[in-house]
Design a protein around this ligand. Structure first.
Ligand SMILES: [Zn+2]
Ligand SMILES: [Zn+2]
Length: 304
C-alpha cells in the first residue's frame, strides 16, 4: 500500500461486454486511493478488487462520455448506504457538476457525506490536485468533446536512513528528521559528521500518465516525456485507422509511436473496441514500434 500501484477496474471502450468493464482505474499510494474515470460497473469492480472505499477521497474524470462517468451516481449512492461520512471530491470540467448535481439531488439526497466538485478547464495543462504524496496535472487531449488525461507525479521522497550509523554516532531521535532533510550532524564533542554518512539516496519518484480518450496527438509528448508508465488508449488497429480518425481515437501503432517519442519506460494499452475478439493483434502492432508494451486487463495490478 505504501508504493505506487495502478489497479485496472475496466478497460473496454464504449459498451460493457462479457469480456470488459468500462473505463476505471485506481491508483493506490500510501494508503490512499485515487480513482480515474468511473464507467458503469465501477462500483462492482471496486468491491471485487477488495479496495477499501474509505480510502478513496478523489475521483478524476477525463471527459463526459458515458463510458467514463456514468458509474458515478451508483458509486456515490452506494458509498452513502455503506455509511461513508467523509467528503468526496470529483475533479472534472465544469459541465460535470451541471449534469450530475441534479441527479445526485434526486438519488443521493440523504447520503451522510458531501460530494464536492472541483472544476478545471479542459483546454490547458493545469495543476488540479496536490497533497504531501503526489500532484496531478491535466493533459489536454484531442477527442470529439473536451477531454483531458492526467499526469500523476509522486513527490520527492526522503533518503533512506542507515540505522547502524545513527546508532554508532548516537544521533538523538529528534535529530533524525533533520538528517533526512539533508543536515549534517555535530557530536557532543563538536565533531561534524557529514550527512552522506547517515543516508542512502531516496527511491526515484514515480510518474504515471493516463491518456484516454484521444486521437493521435503529439502535443502531449513534452508533458509525458520520460515517465515511468503511460496508459494510452488503443481503441483500434491500424487496419481500422479510418474509423479511429472519424471517432477521434487512436490505433495501437499510434499509441506506441507516442510512447516511443516520449521515451516512456513502459506502455499499457487500453480502451479496447469490442470488434477485436483477440486483442493480441493490438499488442503485436504496438510492440513492433515500442517493445515494452502490455495490454491492460480487468484486475491487473501494476506496482511501479
Ligand atoms: Zn471512451
Ligand atoms: Zn470518449
Amino acid at each position: 500500500m505504501e508504493s505506487f500501484e495502478l489497479n485496472i477496474l475496466g478497460c473496454g471502450a464504449a459498451i460493457p461486454t462479457t469480456k470488459h468493464y468500462l473505463t476505471s482505474q485506481i491508483i493506490s499510494l500510501k494508503n490512499k486511493l485515487y480513482m480515474i474515470d468511473c464507467g458503469e460497473g465501477t462500483q462492482l469492480q471496486f468491491r471485487k478488487m477488495k479496495l477499501n472505499f474509505r480510502r478513496l477521497e478523489h475521483i478524476f474524470i477525463s471527459h463526459l462520455h458515458g463510458d467514463h462517468c456514468l458509474g458515478l451516481p451508483g458509486l456515490i449512492s452506494t458509498f452513502g448506504l455503506l455509511g461513508r461520512t467523509s467528503d468526496l471530491y470529483i475533479h472534472a470540467q465544469s459541465d460535470a457538476e451541471k449534469i450530475f448535481r441534479p441527479i445526485l439531488d434526486h438519488f443521493c439526497r440523504e447520503i451522510p457525506y458531501k460530494v464536492i466538485f472541483n472544476s478545471f478547464s479542459p483546454f490547458k495543462k493545469e495543476l488540479i490536485f496536490e497533497n504531501r504524496s503526489l500532484s496531478v496535472h491535466t493533459i489536454p487531449l484531442k477527442h470529439r468533446i473536451p477531454t483531458v488525461g492526467f499526469l500523476f507525479e509522486e513527490k520527492a521522497k526522503s533518503p533512506h536512513i542507515i540505522r547502524e550509523m545513527i546508532e554508532f554516532h548516537q544521533v538523538p531521535v529528534k535529530q533524525i528528521n533533520r538528517i533526512k532533510a539533508g543536515e549534517d550532524f555535530i557530536t557532543e564533542a563538536g565533531d561534524l559528521i557529514p550527512n552522506k554518512v547517515f543516508v542512502r539516496p531516496a527511491d526515484p519518484s514515480v510518474r504515471y500518465a493516463y491518456c484516454s480518450d484521444t486521437a493521435y496527438f503529439e502535443n502531449i509528448i513534452p508533458i509525458i516525456k520520460d515517465i515511468d508508465l503511460l496508459y494510452h488508449e488503443s481503441t483500434f488497429t491500424d487496419k481500422d485507422i479510418k474509423r479511429a480518425k472519424e471517432t477521434f481515437h487512436s490505433s495501437a501503432a499510434q499509441a506506441a509511436m507516442i510512447a516511443k517519442q516520449a521515451n516512456v519506460k513502459k506502455l499499457v494499452l487500453g480502451h479496447f473496441s469490442a470488434r477485436y475478439p483477440d486483442e493480441s493483434v493490438l499488442l503485436e502492432e504496438a510492440r513492433t514500434i515500442f517493445p515494452d508494451t502490455i495490454l491492460a486487463s480487468e484486475y491487473l495490478k501494476l506496482k511501479i
